[in-house]
Design a protein around this ligand. Sequence first.
Ligand SMILES: [Mg+2]
Length: 269
Amino acid sequence: MAELFLRGQPLADVTGTPFPIEAVLFDKDGTLCISEPMLHSLASARVFHACELLLQRHPELAASQGDELGQLLQRAYGLCESAINPAGATAVGSRSHNLISTATALAQVGLGWPEALELSESVFAATDGLHGQGSEHRPIATAGLHDLVQSLQDEGVVCAVISNDDEAGIEAFLASQNLRPRFQVLWSADHSPRKPDPGAVHALCAQLGIQASRCALIGDANSDLRMAQQAGVPVVLGYGAGWSISPPLDPLFPCLQHWSELQVRTAAA
Ligand SMILES: [Mg+2]
């Protein structure tokens, strides 16, 4: 059993008693790893292919309708010129969420829904190779992560991932960092329920054999933090250093900017 300290202060209940922690559940994108260059390249490619396919299949459309689609998709994806909106669909949503957003934008420029969905599937099939470790912009670990994971392991605290990336994407990132053996359970978009359903936390905790009340959860999206709170996780922390634009995290939750701000100590007997 361990206790967590943030910048030297115990993460404690109202009486000042530190919460005993047996597991830490980490979000992946923007928390365990810096994914922004990869996600920017992926979202840009989805916009490019969607506009190109639309005009190829519908030569009767004016180029301005391609431009309109591009703008709709950029807003839907949270794609800025040189950044990704950390609260946007590319950063927070799953592949299937973004596929539906794409189809919705195509419907807004005049396509019927079946064709909009089919064209979106083609766009995603053409760009899926830019996601994850296949990308030339491979996600890298956030600064200090390896040291924190080591100190958690040294204190017997279990690590797990709770992410809306698919399982292959989580596995590939952890393997690329030699961190796979350090994470006991991965809860991905392939599991049900998914984040941000608090049931995802409970199902993950059941796999760990650890109660949610003995966990901490760290994420870079308010949806992560509120999910954890609703699931009864006592230590819920925001992580703000994973994006070039700071995520707009609810100040209700303590936030850290570097993993060295978090310390792990053996719980007092
Ligand atoms: Mg995230």
